[in-house]
Design a protein around this ligand. Sequence first.
Ligand code: ADP
Length: 539
Amino acid sequence: MRGQMMDDALTITSIMDFADRVFPNTEIVSVTADNPRHRSNFAEAFARSRKLANALTKLGLQAGDRLATLAWNDYRHFELYYGISCSGYVCHTINPRLFPEQITYIANHAEDQWVFVDVAFVPLLEQVQDQLETVKGFVVLTSAEHMPKTTLKNVHCYETLIADQPDTFAWPELDENSACALCYTSGTTGNPKGVLYSHRSTVLHCMGTNQSSSLSLSASDSVMPVVPMFHVNAWGVVYNAAATGAKLVFPGPKMGDGETLASLVNEEQVDFAMGVPTVWLALVNYLKESGTRVDSLQRVIVGGAACPESLMRAMDEFDVAMQVGWGMTEMSPLGTYNTLLPWMNDLPDDEKMVYRLKAGRLIYGVKMRIVDEEGNELPWDGKASGRLQVRGPWVCKSYYKLEDSDAHLPDGWFDTGDVATIDKYGYMAITDRTKDVIKSGGEWISSIDVENAAMGHEDVQEAAVIGVPHPKWTERPLLVVVKRPGTDPSKEELLGFLEGKIAKWWIPEDCVFVEQIPHTATGKVSKKDLRAEFSSYTY
Ligand code: ADP
């Protein structure tokens, strides 16, 4: 017997309509390149999304077309998120920090039709525009007076494009399983892979992560996403805020600037902020140096990399509770979140810290398990450590245009590439990674790409790259090299050789020479053994 309830589609349009109706006056404050404090609200932003939707219609697009953004967190990017997805197109956020060749690869693979770009990234696009195979034109996210001189072809100014459009628009009735957003991850080996979110997965992620044991946002919150909107939809908060009426405070291009972050917190009474450890380190350093306090800030979600204990303790001194979250692009991204069980609050500080530093407990909606190399499930005893696998309605089933090679295992679980323990209270802790990548300042570095670039040097017989701890960036790459017999390249020469071949911030700070690199039985470099060999190396 089937249930007899309505099946209203779970779409981003429903979130937008809700916020427009219920929280029209909720503020959106942004730092932009041309305005240190732009003030807007949900009603204004959605009216501009409707103007944008009218402008998009005139561009003659097809449903499902990919429209790329290369932009910081601000109100225009917010309008694009809703205007594009609710019109039935796919909002493809591109990470502007990637190497130009990767941006080209991603835009071509996604077959992007138009690119919406911040003024700051116009030069980057000018450099690659001739290689963009499907892009018909560019829209610069600024006003006519701030429009830069550019060689970009078929270029529009955003404000001019939407200015004369009506602010009414009949949003299409969308299938909840239709695609709404696309984000490429380099967190796996090989070329970046596209994770194609659906309206349904996005709404369910929003509902799931708004539970009280997770983000738990409400209309009394003022939330500052310092996680970029080009990275997994800023961990979904752009939707969560609209679904709960929380005020949004966007730091624009000032994401890593402790002083701006502190003044935004104080001026906009931010009580909840989100970002990777490197960002919070910048904030703490600024607070300590300047003697500033951030008294409104109650909670900070830290994710994307493990939270160092020293950082959590430093934030404690400012009465800011750090809460660890874990997830990945393929998971929309949240899977676990760390809030303490009531009895844990009475534990002595050091014992409490052990739990607080873990990646947290499952968010209802996601399932997880740890398995050994043979796929046998391991106990939740806090000791057994195994491959971490997940499943759920906001977990990726297959990558974009790689539908034949499902992302998940034959039994429907997705292997995260992380290694973890889970204790008897359900707290998961990441202990290692099986994927061969390095995460620096919250962004991926492909060790394989760095290795291939280094192997291109004629004096290198073998090269391997591993991540080693770094006080500011959490992790940085270290190049390990076996010299070709009879040659004697210097460290500086090899590191210099990498310039121009990979993104600048991917270049390791150091290179060490060894007699040999350990290999597995199948002849592959054993990163596990190499990491063990360099376990005491720190930057
Ligand atoms: P995000 O940065 O939003 O988490 P990515 O897909 O870029 O998404 O990265 C996901 C990976 O980052 C995870 O598989 C894991 O290796 C690492 N990661 C994320 N959160 C944590 C955490 N709390 N502790 C340790 N590693 C984490």
